[in-house]
Design a binder for this molecule. Structure first.
Ligand SMILES: Cc1cc2nc3c(=O)[nH]c(=O)nc-3n(C[C@H](O)[C@H](O)[C@H](O)COP(=O)(O)OP(=O)(O)OC[C@H]3O[C@@H](n4cnc5c(N)ncnc54)[C@H](O)[C@@H]3O)c2cc1C
Length: 284
């Protein structure tokens, strides 16, 4: 299979970078995607990661990145919007670009995405997380773009540019760079539709539309990959960091407490080593 790598890692925080370093140390090919600065960079001071007393989160994160770069690991910027199991491999959709791997390690950090009523039922039937992926389906049709990330206005402009009729909904004032696009101030509370999206509810008004683009920085793990088992708000894993979906691992804050750096780094190692071992076994 063309462009097939051993392991794709989603998220380049401490867990993801640890997974990448350890997968590489086991001779595996890796791609690692991340869409924004991670939580650790916000920590004013970290005292509890062994060997790095009294260091800022940013300095520590820079050291992690330097380590990865020294091993020729390139962090690719991009938001993973969907993962599709294909039997012996996975198709990973990074905002419209498709990559393929034998195993996937999820290290997206803590997920505070609150799914909207109607969102999971209508996902793929008008609910979309990716303008590049699904925009063409809605040329000449009415869509709502919900502003939940810094680049949502760019995506709205892109959609309008390819002939989609866009309404941009935001709780903030209209972005300056928004092209000639209908703007509504508000917050979406519900997505309405029986078989496909028919409208969105803003509490005090409904907007009729054929699709709604929810352009958040983060995506709920269960929306990323269908059938993923949760334990409360976290991804359920066994001691090898395997999820209930064969070939999919999870590590770091996304698997639960303690939400701490050293745990994230350890789990990244366990996931990568187990994934590498499984690949070796299969190919022996
Ligand atoms: C202010 C603050 C202070 C802290 N202080 C400490 C401390 O002193 N000691 C300590 O041990 N811990 C501390 N922590 C916690 C620590 O930062 C976390 O435990 C650690 O960062 C978890 O690592 P992670 O790799 O699991 O997730 P994260 O660091 O959250 O990284 C996840 C990455 O995944 C990316 N991502 C998410 N979704 C996608 C997607 N769909 N596609 C692509 N990329 C995606 C995110 O952009 C992010 O870069 C602190 C946290 C904060 C916020």
């Amino acid at each position: 299979m063309e462009n097939l790598v051993d392991i794709i890692i989603v998220g380049a925080g401490p867990a993801g970078l640890s997974a990448a370093v350890n997968a590489l140390a086991r001779g595996k090919t890796v791609r690692i995607f991340s869409n924004r600065e991670n939580y650790l960079s916000k920590a004013e001071r970290v005292d509890n990661h062994l060997g790095f007393y009294n260091i800022s989160g940013k300095e520590l994160m820079d050291k992690f990145k330097e380590h990865a770069e020294a091993m020729n690991i390139k962090i690719e910027e991009g938001k993973v919007v969907n993962i599709l199991p294909m039997g012996n491999s996975f198709m990973v959709n990074i905002n419209g670009e498709i990559a393929q791997s034998k195993k996937v390690i999820l290290t997206m950090g803590i997920s505070n995405v609150k799914e909207l009523s109607g969102e999971s039922k209508l996902l793929g039937s008008g609910v979309s997380y990716c303008a590049t992926c699904d925009g063409m389906l809605y040329r000449g049709k009415d869509v709502v773009v919900w502003d939940q990330s810094n680049d949502a206005w760019e995506e709205a402009n892109f959609l309008q540019g390819i002939g989609v009729n866009v309404t941009f909904v935001s709780k903030k004032p209209a972005p300056e760079n928004l092209n000639n696009i209908n703007f509504v101030k508000g917050t979406i509370t519900e997505i309405i539709g029986s078989n496909s999206v028919e409208a969105v509810n803003l509490g005090n008004e409904e907007i009729n539309c054929n699709a709604v683009f929810l352009l958040r920085d983060a995506i709920a793990p269960t929306s990323l990959i269908e059938g993923l088992k949760l334990n409360g708000n976290f991804i359920d894993v066994n001691k090898n960091m395997e999820t209930n979906i064969e070939g999919v691992y999870a590590a770091g804050d996304i698997t639960g407490r303690p939400l701490q750096l050293s745990k994230a780094v350890s789990e990244g190692l366990i996931a990568a080593q187990h994934a590498a071992l499984q690949i070796d076994k299969k190919e022996r």
